[in-house]
Structure formats: C-alpha cells, structure tokens
Design a binder for this molecule. Structure first.
Ligand code: NAP
Length: 302
C-alpha cells in the first residue's frame, strides 16, 4: 500500500514561506502576526496549538496566544474578536475548536473579519468558496478557505491522486472540514457523496468509492471490508485511543495490506493543514503590506 505522507509537502510549503516572511518584515517593519484563540488548554487542540506556535517561531511569524475561559462569556469572546479585528498589528486570526457551548454561531462567523479569517470560516469567505466554480479561484480570488479541506486537496494532488472523474465519499459534514471539502472536490470534477451519521448504507457507499475521506472523528472505525482494493483513504480524523495514542478514523493496521493507498495518522493531513494555516497567515500579512505605503517589492519577495 502506498503511504500518502504529509511531511514532505508540509516542508515544501513552509520552505516557500521563508522569503515571503522576509518580504513582509521589510514591507511592514514587523513579521506577519497570527492570533490564536484557544479556549480549552487541556483539550487535544492544545497539542496542535503548541505545534503551530513552534512552526511559526521557526519561520519568524509572531504568534499571540489567547486562552480565555468559557466562564468569561460570549460577550467577552465577541469583544476579543472585535479588538483583534481592529488591531493593525494582527494579520490573522485562528479560532481553535472546540469553542465553548453555544459559541459556534452564525454571529461568531460573521464577527470574524474576512481579511484575517485564515481558516475561512467567516460568512464572506465561506460564501465565496461556495459561489466559486473553479478551484484556482481559491488561490487567485483573494479569499481564505478552510485549511484542513485545502490540505486534503493539496495532499491528494501532491501524491498524484487527481479528484477529476473520481467517485469520492466524504464522511463528516462539518462546516470546517466535510462541507467545504465536498465543495472543493466538486469544483475539481469529482462526484461526491457527503456522508454523516444518518446516511443509509454507508459501507455500500464506501465500497463503491475510488477515494474515501473520513472526517468523522471516530477512532479506527474504517475497516478493510468497507473498501475496494483500488481505494485510497484520506484520513482527516485525529483521535486518541484508550491508551492515549493518536490514531485516525481508519484502522491503519487492518487496511494496510488491502487497499491502494492511505494517509498515516499522525504524519498525513495534519502537517499539511498546519502549513496551509501558516501560508494563509503570511498571505494575510502580504495583503496588509501591499496596502501600506511601503508595500512589498518584487525584489524583496525573491
Ligand atoms: P465534527 O464537527 O464533530 O463533525 C463530525 C462529523 O462526522 C459530523 O458531520 C458527523 O455526522 C460525522 N460522523 C460522525 N460519526 C460518523 C459515522 N460513523 N459515519 C459517518 N459520519 C459520521 O468534527 P470536525 O471538526 O469536522 O472534525 C472531524 C475530525 O477531523 C476530528 O477527528 C478532528 O479532530 C479532525 N480534524 C483534523 C484536522 C487535521 O488537520 N488533521 C483538522 C480539523 C479536524 P452528523 O453531522 O450526522 O453528526
């Protein structure tokens, strides 16, 4: 079975950011700046936050970490978003999920300024994604798309798996992964079945699919019997089993001798998602630099 690892692509993307960070520093007189809001310091997201901070530091991107308490309430959260939205020294905002109960509302997504919304959750960015008909519009259209969905597409392309003409099943219909991913795959001429907990005959749908992408968050639930021999599995799931070990939605040991290709967990979609986030943060800073008098010179970009 081919292992569709994500570390090489992640390194490639991060490497391409080095001159761009330098150019932003020259243009703005400061590095690109990413604000991360993480409510639950003891949740698995804290692990990813640490990785994001380390990757930003390695590239010279400034990170401001906010760890508010759920007890502070929704108004404090909205005020924080407004403050960061208005702060000229903040280029990018990343909201770590989960958010406290009741915080994931349309009002929240509307409160995220689109130009800083590097995970593409704001109504404006999401609307633009769903209005777009061609994938290159994401790069050229000046808007941000959810990093995990984008990472899946980039990882597939990196490993030569072209969505065009493929029958693809996506498990999970969240606004941050499943739905935007189904939209991107459709733009790329795949035929997509978006599955969820109420989908009838999910194993039958999987069995008929060339590519199965899982963002269900259920440890090791995908078994070889559910897949055709020529299938590729892209595993977005990031779970921790009963021993605390990180694992995906697919039972990697079970499927590894029986299908064409699969992403590992860890080391698959995760590192590419992180790289896409940093890339979007640098792009947000570049936009700000271009709109200031100094701007970005083409020489500095090289
Ligand atoms: P979420 O909001 O909890 O959504 C989970 C989705 O999966 C829901 O739509 C749910 O269906 C569906 N689902 C659950 N069990 C299912 C089953 N047995 N069959 C089919 N569908 C099922 O989760 P999320 O935020 O999208 O994240 C999903 C997973 O991706 C998590 O493990 C998360 O940690 C991981 N993740 C990884 C990355 C990365 O970079 N690798 C980034 C983000 C998230 P219903 O709608 O019917 O409930």
């Amino acid at each position: 079975m081919r292992i569709l690892e994500g570390k090489s692509l992640s390194a490639e993307i991060l490497g391409s950011l080095i001159p761009r960070v330098k150019a932003v520093k020259a243009g703005l007189g400061r590095p690109p700046s990413l604000a991360i809001i993480n409510y639950f310091g003891d949740s698995p997201s804290a692990v990813y936050v640490k990785r994001k901070i380390a990757a930003c530091e390695a590239l010279g991107i400034e990170v401001k970490l906010f760890n508010p308490a759920a007890a502070d309430g929704y108004t404090a959260f909205k005020n924080l978003l407004s403050r960061l939205g208005a702060d000229a020294a903040c280029d990018a905002i990343m909201l770590e999920r989960p958010l406290p109960d009741g915080f994931e509302t349309l009002e929240t997504w509307d409160a995220l300024p689109a130009a800083k919304d590097v995970d593409g959750l704001s109504s404006l960015n999401m609307g633009r994604l769903f209005i777009s008909t061609k994938f290159p519009e994401i790069a050229a259209g000046g808007f941000f798309a959810p990093c995990t969905a984008l990472a899946v597409i980039r990882l597939m392309k990196f490993h030569g798996i072209d969505p065009a003409g493929k029958i693809i099943a996506v498990a999970g219909r969240s606004a941050i992964v499943g739905k935007p991913l189904a939209q991107m795959l459709t733009m790329l001429n795949a035929t997509v079945t978006l599955c969820h907990t109420k989908t009838p005959d999910l194993p039958g749908i999987f069995k008929r699919s060339d590519v199965v992408i899982s963002a269900a968050g259920k440890p090791r639930w995908i078994k070889k019997e559910m897949l055709q021999a020529s299938a590729a599995v892209i595993d977005v799931g990031t779970n921790f089993d009963e021993t605390g070990k990180m694992c995906g939605d697919a039972d990697f040991e079970d499927i590894k001798g029986s299908i064409y290709a699969a992403t590992p967990v860890p080391g698959g979609v995760g590192p590419v998602t992180l790289a896409c986030l940093l890339e979007a943060s640098v792009a947000a800073a570049e936009t700000r630099a271009r709109s200031t008098s100094g701007g970005l010179s083409s020489a500095e970009k090289k």
